[in-house]
Design a protein around this ligand. Structure first.
Ligand code: ADP
Ligand code: ZN
Ligand code: ZN
Length: 836
């Protein structure tokens, strides 16, 4: 009787692997009571491998085919993935045409995805000597004291257990062990410099007076410098932590040389402090700044629009004070006990925002992005999950504001009230380099829907997509058209390169106007930002006789010359070769460099402005984890006069002393072969211009071009952004490009040129049979070979009337069919939905 009604329990789990769908396992009776959706279980997959997988469904339907394995154990006491996350994962998998396993791989820190190959290390701060250890724990710690690392498989052997995951989890909780990914990159904090008065002078005015007198006679500059410090310090009510060096730099009378002399004479002291990221904030917290009328109006308007719309676009010019408005919205959510996610397009931007938010919200602010070590990320994950600060047992002490880049979307929020997407137009919100190729802004809107939360998109240069959504009434829209404090937007002036070249007035790549304005800014002790969207020294080298150009051996691209490294390098695969001494086609030795990148600009600046302190911000200069923050902080503290960089310098940073911005070559942006080239160049130029003149006097922007009549440039000069949007939207409508259609880009890859083209032709035909003229291609893309893989691209345009999900189903089916053909099994198809 009993055996008839007894039902086995099964679960479907998601494995962190790029496999379609979920996998079923049977649950032994002893574990059934522990089952909950979102907990991890340990399962065997394949012949040998062991994984932690997430429970997705619990049911009693015996899978029909094959023998079902049993789970080995249940790993968690509480779910690590909540049901709202599960809904988001489902949406991402279906919308972006990938598997749940792909989403899991992207969404969870490695520490939560243990598998048999994971290497285990001793925690650097372990206290194995003071804690009581079980026999197994002792065995493992002993083994790790003599071996640097062990795989989970090794540990199984040592302890003679098939399933060591629960044991490892306990040891990780006790901070005895770490998974290797967790500490690949060591956390190195950013330093800020504070200036203090030498203690002996602090309470002895006579001594100070005497010192000052001496200085005035012998070193008047130092005296002046000291007075600047004293005034600022008194203004701060004699702040015990001293005065930020960055606050003094740039003040008239304060010079670096005099400051250094005062340090030497032991009158001033400099203290470098860690501006922590994970470190607890110990400064005082203060109330949000009072909003001015424009900000207050914007805030009220956002609030009323939120009553009807889920998403509002805040279109506010650079430095209009959007961030302060965000702060008020955040406060509102915290007051009603809901969480806030603050998404930024770039890790680099987080540092400044963290500092600003922590001054108001203190330790309620958490940070999450891919530059954090996996260990740090797992900590933030657990903190959001448990509502407790890392390392604390106090309920409600956890982060309720998370600042982060893309991946912060994946944290286990339970009660989100608001998502802020700052600089919403940035294409870095789209993951391009690997599946699931999601757009964080769009996924955030879906996630907010799941939480019944609101979304505020902020930008000075909204994407055409959001702009149109706001115009059509799908999103609310609020405009802030003035800078905070009535600062004028910078004056934009075109420097005509054609004319300068004709008159032979060019100094390398600088027009006379550019040189003059840089000189002027430096003369006024101001800072300069120069933007060039190419890194390296020269984008190509060419034979003067036969026009031979060195190419990458793996990719279909020319090599870029990097002078400092002394080599030619491929920006797609990293291949590099030594500078050739002669042409490999005709043997001539006359090789010239053409075009210019950031490295060349940096070098030229030292010729034309030998006294200026120049630094460079691009992918090459920020290879190490903290280089970026250091350069930014140096610039903030006015230890750099001119900052040259790629796109990295355009992003929403707030510097006080930048009076002039130079754009060295507008033309290569405007002529880039992509339907978004105009939108992109406009956004880049408007954004980088926005760095000028945020405080003090009106800023100036010089744009160099051979094509001064270009309508984007003309409209920028006139400040007519409306016209740019109108014109671009017109074009897009005419050619049925987004936002008037949706795109799916399929990229086929294979080592063999013929195979990829045949596969693409086959897929193209079958898609066209079903989807008609929505299918464009196959075509060899602009760069036809990358890392020895030949590429072919098929574009699918889905008009506004068609159902994207129906089209995706057809596309998926045809890809599968193509991949089943014997010759095309090895052809990889990358699906990119809404490519940017
Ligand atoms: P945006 O985010 O629009 O670029 P920010 O919020 O960074 O602009 O504001 C620009 C500058 O003006 C910042 O230095 C900020 O501190 C200052 N600011 C903005 N609003 C206020 C306010 N209400 N009170 C004091 N300072 C403000
Ligand atoms: Zn040649
Ligand atoms: Zn290459």
């Amino acid at each position: 009787m009993l055996s008839d009604t007894y039902q086995h329990t099964f679960i479907d789990v998601v494995l962190p692997l790029p496999l379609p769908g979920t996998y079923s396992y049977r649950v032994p009776a002893e574990y059934v009571s522990q089952l909950l959706l979102g907990k991890r279980v340990i399962v065997q997959f394949g012949k040998q491998k062991i994984y932690s997988a997430v429970i997705w469904r619990i049911h009693h339907n015996s899978p029909i085919a094959g023998k079902v394995k049993e789970i080995l154990s249940v790993l968690d006491e509480y779910p690590v993935v909540n049901e709202k996350q599960m809904q988001l994962w489902e949406w991402i998998a279906s919308y972006y045409m990938c598997s749940l396993g792909d989403v899991m791989s992207a969404a969870m820190p490695a520490a939560l995805k243990l598998q048999s190959e994971t290497r285990i290390l001793l925690h650097p701060l372990h206290d194995a000597y003071t804690q009581p250890l079980t026999d197994d724990e002792y065995l493992i710690t002993e083994a790790l004291l003599s071996h640097h690392a062990l795989t989970i498989r090794d540990i199984s052997l040592i302890t003679d257990r098939t399933n060591v995951f629960p044991l490892l989890r306990t040891m990780m909780d006790k901070k005895l062990l770490l998974a290797e990914e967790e500490i690949k990159e060591k956390f190195k904090p950013r330093l800020v410099e504070y200036v203090l008065l030498e203690p002996q002078y602090v309470d002895d005015e006579n001594a100070l007076g005497l010192a000052l007198n001496t200085l005035e006679k012998k070193a008047s500059r130092q005296a002046e410098c000291l007075l600047v410090f004293m005034k600022t310090w008194f203004d701060s009510d004699r702040a015990t932590e001293g005065i930020l060096k960055s606050q003094l730099s740039g003040v008239t009378g304060f010079s670096d040389a005099a400051y250094k002399a005062l340090l030497k004479k032991n009158i001033l002291v400099s203290v470098k402090k860690v501006e922590g990221r994970m470190e607890a904030y110990e400064g005082t917290v203060s109330a949000p700044a009072l909003l001015n009328d424009i900000q207050q109006q914007a805030l009220t308007l956002i609030q009323t629009q939120f009553e009807e719309k889920q998403v509002v676009l805040l279109h506010g010019v650079t430095s209009s004070g959007k961030t302060e408005v965000y702060i008020h919205l955040i406060q509102e959510q915290l007051n009603v006990g809901r969480q806030v996610l603050y998404l930024l397009p770039e890790i680099a931007l987080t540092t400044q925002i963290i500092t600003r938010l922590r001054r108001i919200f203190g330790n309620r602010v958490g940070v999450y992005h891919s530059r954090y070590t996996d260990y740090e990320r797992a900590e933030v994950w657990q903190s959001v999950l448990s509502g407790k600060e890392p390392g604390s047992d106090k309920e409600g002490s956890g982060y309720d504001i998370i600042i982060g880049a893309r991946s912060a979307l994946f944290l286990p929020y339970s009660n989100l009230g608001l998502v802020l997407v700052d600089e919403e137009h940035e294409n870095t919100f789209k993951q391009v380099e690997k599946t699931p190729r999601y757009h964080a802004r769009d996924a955030a809107i879906v996630m907010a829907g799941i939480h019944e939360a609101k979304v505020l998109l902020g930008s000075a240069t909204p994407s055409l997509e959001s702009y149109r959504n706001a115009d059509s009434g799908k999103f609310g829209k609020v405009i802030m058209s003035e800078r905070y404090g009535g600062m004028e937007l910078p004056e934009i002036v075109i420097a005509n390169l054609k004319e300068a070249a004709r008159k032979k007035q060019l100094s390398e790549h600088f027009a006379p106007l550019m040189i003059d304005e840089i000189q002027k800014a430096l003369g006024n002790k101001k800072q300069v930002i120069l933007f060039q969207n190419r890194r390296g020294f020269s984008p190509r080298m060419e034979c003067e006789t036969c026009n031979w150009v060195p190419q990458c051996i793996n990719c279909d691209v020319t090599l870029t010359y990097h002078k400092f490294a002394g080599n030619l390098r491929c920006h797609y695969c990293g291949y590099s070769m030594k500078m050739p001494s002669h042409c490999s086609a005709c043997n001539d030795t006359k090789l010239t460099l053409r075009g210019f990148g950031t490295e060349k600009i940096e070098e030229d600046l030292s010729t034309y402005f030998p006294e200026a302190r120049v630094s460079r911000l691009d992918l090459d200069s920020v290879r190490s984890r903290n280089a970026h923050a250091e350069i930014i902080s140096d610039f903030e503290q006015h230890n750099i006069d001119i900052l040259v960089g790629t796109q990295m310098v355009t992003k929403g940073l707030d510097f006080d002393h930048v009076s002039m911005v130079g754009i060295l070559n507008a033309d290569n942006m405007l002529s880039f072969p992509d339907f978004r080239a105009h939108e992109r160049s406009y956004q880049l130029m408007a954004q980088v211009s926005g760095r000028a003149g945020r405080k003090g006097a009106r800023g100036k922007v010089i744009i160099q071009t051979y094509n001064p009549a270009h309508y984007i440039l003309q409209n920028l000069v006139d400040g007519d952004h409306q016209n740019i949007y109108d014109k671009e939207l017109d074009e897009r409508m005419r050619f049925k490009y987004p936002p008037f259609s949706r795109l799916i880009e399929l990229t086929l890859k294979h080592k063999d040129y013929k195979t990829v083209n045949m596969a693409a032709a086959t897929l193209g035909l079958s898609l066209t049979a079903e989807l008609g003229n929505r299918v464009i291609g196959p075509e060899t893309p602009y760069i036809g070979k990358i890392r020895n893989h030949h590429l072919s691209v098929i574009l699918i345009k889905i008009d506004e009337k068609s159902s994207p999900s129906a089209v995706k189903e057809i596309v998926q089916k045809q890809i599968t069919t193509m991949n089943q053909l014997k010759d095309f099994k090895g052809v990889q198809v990358v699906r990119d939905v809404d490519p940017v």
